[in-house]
Design a protein around this ligand. Structure first.
Ligand code: ADP
Ligand code: MG
Ligand code: MG
Length: 886
């Protein structure tokens, strides 16, 4: 098997094998762009190395052969004493993991070749600068030496030479730095810095492979849901030098603004610098536009290439480039990460430009991105004056207490804003924990900006008026305002403004649009709202799945309808028993005679009836699936322990309250060890006489009233938690009897579908028998997940789930995204066998999964008729249903 591929042997679709970086370099090479030559060691070699603990035996010979070709092409030899070729060794996995893994530049330098490089380029300073970079990078990434030790030496040298930064160090100073660096290597590793170029190369390749499994890379993958078994590729590439004098430099750029999606050229450029300097925030880069003045020829060439790449990839590209003495080199390209707003806007732009079709446009936005756009924003009417302004790197409104290091941010919990001079990959846990990120250095392409955008977190970078003092745990503004750790600040990732204190937030314009609260002008003015509204139209045109809402009140029903629901898929009637109606339920439970019970039920009837009238009115003409009472009755009673204590105390005082004593008896009688597996759902309906009859009567009378008013109510009556068909048939008889009685009494026949939830494995496995009697199924995937796995949804989060996620037993909680393999199999069986027995069986899902993007795709695939989710998730499900269909 081959493990090594020259850049001209691959293409952009081989990200799996070559990694994203390798595939991009191959594609650019094939397009004839100026890419330094090189080759890619495949992810397969990485997987081999990680599983076997050694490189594939054939790899050394393959690398030898490719290195020869590279040397022939450059007319130089790796690390030769005269005019040496240097290479970079770069990591690059299928999915970009910014800064998570390692890259080593300037491989091939040693005590002899540094002299050769100086002679060949005519710049001693450059050669020694490159050598110190190599030892620094190699030392920290390959040899595992704490990077701070090298940083301290450099700082000392700058201080000793009165230098303001690395640029001011002259050749002698840099020689001194190299000597000190070599000392560090010898002291910490017990051996000299390896002088043999090929050994440097091999060690670097292994280090890149190993970096796949560093703690921070694992944390990042868990957060981004990237599988742990992909491995990384390694790219070996001839060096070009951005640190070769003032007509050299390096930069990063986007073909459009990745924060807003606005067209134009966005990026950062840094003269006299090598690679990492731009993102690391060592020196502040200048905006890319300035390159037009600095080097007009390269700027024009760069813009031409960027336009070409965008047209070729038909998408936003982000690129890395280096200019060596006026010659432009392309070092990386990939489809760029973007914010949610930018994703929607750009999909519409590319669609309108004819570069992509509607299906592709839908594929480029996600329900998660839409969810982000529905978060609240700062109230535009507020009067506060910002204490500082930075670069808006990732939009949103974040309010929280300022925290000045990542460990504290991760421990504090609650809402925090991570404030740093700049962030590095080590800050990842803090970034994950924070509501927002604020830095004083770096641009739109800095580490903080890239990571925050990827995670959809609010981020402001480069607020350079801020003096951030990590040791003292405070920041100071240009006006002398001081914010200490624990003080609240607000940051606006859309404007870049930073405020002291709390700024009120308002609903997002996208939600205002869904709510129908924007007028035509407002709508037109907001490009994001426009893009979203068009995308929703496309999604609705294409989707096969219906989208219903879970709604228990007339208000919820109204919102659901505004948000585009095709009906109500789950109306939970027990919510109608809460609040001030609770004591009626209590009375029902305490009733000792049939007469007492009937009296309470008669009191409850008009209340339920009123609720249903309200809901039917809002949902006129659309189906409303009403679930009969489901939860265990003890949920309506006081807590056993509390009540026992109360009664005991009262007794001790000699003030016995007969009511409480009676209540306590009932609570004890109903107490269950496992209430979720106890007297609830259909079981309740079957053993508490009159309860279901009352509910069905309320539904039927409400529907009759709406019919009389000229409406078209469409109730569907749903029986929860059945394990088999016998329970359902008994319920069905009672429901039909009541419907019949109401029809007799009112003279109006209400036609209601009668169906059941499928939320127990046994029901799923006997679905063929059940569907002979049921007109519809609705999967209650929360209970089905809990009973299939056998773990309690109410307890797992604080218990063993964190460990399970950590161990990779699942990547996502099965309560969030449907476990397709297990729970999904039960769902598939029930769909198949249910439909085999009743062809037109209507099938939906009403668990939380109905609004989960990846689960929606699964439900579409197995042929469900609709999903049902909370009103706010209805647009998200509509969008995902559209995406699933294209
Ligand atoms: P990352 O994935 O963290 O961006 P890269 O592998 O892209 O790491 O490399 C880090 C930096 O070094 C980038 O700015 C890149 O452009 C630069 N670089 C990589 N290889 C070379 C090379 N052969 N010549 C000059 N600069 C390089
Ligand atoms: Mg890069
Ligand atoms: Mg349930």
């Amino acid at each position: 098997r081959r493990f090594v591929f020259a850049f001209n042997e691959g293409d952009k679709d081989q990200r799996e094998l070559l990694g994203g970086k390798g595939a991009g370099l191959a594609e650019m090479t094939n397009l004839g762009l100026p890419v330094p030559p090189g080759f890619t060691v495949s992810t397969e070699a990485c997987r081999y190395y990680l599983s076997q603990g050694e490189l594939p035996p054939s790899l050394a010979a393959e690398i030898d052969a490719h290195l020869k070709r590279l040397e022939a092409e450059r007319g130089k030899r790796l690390g030769a004493a005269e005019d040496p070729m240097l290479v970079s060794v770069r990591s690059g996995a299928k999915f970009s993991m910014p800064g998570m893994m390692e890259t080593v530049l300037d491989i091939g330098l040693n005590d002899a070749s540094v002299v050769g490089l100086a002679k060949a380029t005519g710049s001693e300073r450059f050669a020694w600068d490159s050598y110190r970079r190599l030892i620094q990078m190699f030392g920290s990434t390959v040899l595992g030496i704490d990077a701070a030790r090298f940083g301290a030496v450099l700082d000392d040298a700058e201080r000793a030479n009165g230098a303001a930064g690395d640029l001011d160090l002259d050749t002698d100073a840099l020689r001194g730095v190299v000597k000190a660096y070599k000392g560090i290597v010898r002291d910490t590793t017990g051996r000299d810095f390896p002088q043999e170029p090929r050994e440097q190369l091999d060690m670097a390749v292994r280090a890149v492979f190993r970096s796949w499994n560093t703690e921070r890379a694992r944390i990042y993958r868990r957060q981004e849901r990237i599988p742990h078994d992909l491995g990384t590729a390694v790219n070996v590439m001839a060096m070009v030098y951005g640190n070769l004098g003032p007509d050299s430099g390096t930069g990063v750029a986007f073909t459009r603004d990745p924060a807003t999606g606005a067209p134009g050229v966005y990026g950062d450029y840094l003269s006299e610098a090598q690679g990492e300097d731009v993102v690391a925030g060592i020196r502040s880069p200048v905006p890319l536009e300035d390159l037009e003045q600095l080097d007009p020829a390269s700027f024009t060439e760069l813009r031409r290439i960027m336009a070409m790449l965008e047209g070729h990839y038909r998408d936003l590209c982000d690129i890395e480039f280096t200019i060596e003495r006026g010659k432009l080199w392309m070092l990386q390209t990939r489809v760029g990460k973007r914010t949610a707003a930018a994703a929607f806007r750009m999909a519409i732009q590319f669609l309108d430009d004819g570069l992509i079709d509607v299906g592709e446009a839908l594929a480029r936005v996600t329900g998660d991105q839409l969810a982000q756009l529905m978060f609240p924003q700062f109230d535009p009417g507020f009067e506060a004056k910002p204490i500082a302004t930075g670069v808006p790197a990732s939009p949103g409104a974040a309010v929280g207490t300022a925290v000045f290091d990542s460990a504290t941010a991760a421990q504090t919990g609650g809402k925090v804003i991570l404030v740093r001079r700049e962030t590095s990959p080590d800050d990842l846990p803090g970034i994950i924990a924070a509501e927002g990120i604020l830095t004083s250095r770096g641009g739109k392409t800095s580490h903080a900006a890239v990571v925050a955008r990827g995670m959809g977190k609010t981020c402001v970078v480069g607020a350079d008026d801020l003096e951030i003092d990590t040791d003292q745990r405070r920041l100071t503004t240009a006006d002398g305002v001081v914010v200490r750790e624990g003080d609240t600040i607000s940051i606006d990732g859309t404007s870049g403004c930073v405020y002291a204190g709390t700024i009120d937030v308002v609903p997002s314009p996208v939600v205002e649009y869904f709510e129908g609260r924007l007028d035509v002008d407002e709508h037109r003015r907001d490009p994001v709202v426009q893009a979203v509204s068009r995308m929703m139209i496309y999604a609705d045109e294409h989707r096969r799945l219906g989208v219903h809402a879970n709604a228990d009140t007339a208000d919820d029903a109204k919102r659901a309808r505004r948000f585009g629901a095709d009906g109500i898929g789950l109306c939970r009637t027990e919510h109608m028993f809460l609040g001030e109606r609770r004591h009626h339920v209590e009375a029902l439970i305490l009733a000792e005679t049939a007469a007492e019970r009937d009296k309470v039920l008669a009191e409850l009837l008009p209340m339920q009836l009123g609720d249903f009238v309200g809901i039917f009115t809002e949902m006129d003409g659309l189906p409303v699936t009403i679930r009969l009472i489901d939860p265990p009755l003890h949920e309506f009673l006081p807590d056993l322990t509390e009540l026992s204590v109360k009664v005991a105390l009262a007794e001790a005082r000699g003030e016995v309250d007969e009511g409480d004593v009676r209540l306590l008896r009932a609570v004890k009688r109903l107490h269950e060890q496992n209430p979720m597996l106890g007297l609830r759902g259909v079981r309740l309906g079957l053993v508490v006489p009159g309860l279901v009859a009352m509910q069905v009567r309320a539904i039927a009378e409400a529907a009759a009233a709406r019919i009389r008013a000229g409406d078209d109510p469409r109730p569907e009556i749903m029986v929860p938690l059945i394990g088999g068909t016998e329970e359902f048939e008994l319920m069905r008889e009672e429901i039909e009897r009541v419907l019949h009685d109401v029809a007799e009494a009112t003279g109006i026949e209400v036609r209601a579908k009668i169906g059941t939830m499928i939320e127990l494995p046994r029901a799923a496995l006997t679905a063929g028998r059940i569907s002979r009697h049921a007109e519809f199924f609705s999967f209650g995937t929360n209970d089905l997940t809990q009973t299939t796995w056998g773990f309690s949804r109410d307890d797992v989060e604080g218990s063993f789930f964190p460990a399970y996620l950590e161990k990779g037993i699942f990547v996502t909680s099965p309560f969030e995204s449907l476990d397709e393999e297990g729970v999904g199999r039960l769902v598939s069986i029930a769909v198949e066998e249910g439909r085999a027995a009743r062809e037109n069986l209507l099938i939906g899902v009403c668990g939380e999964h109905g609004g989960d993007p990846s689960s929606v795709h699964f439900f579409d695939r197995i042929g469900l008729d609709y999903v049902s989710c909370s009103p706010f998730r209805v647009p998200i499900a509509r969008l995902e249903a559209g995406r699933a269909a294209v």
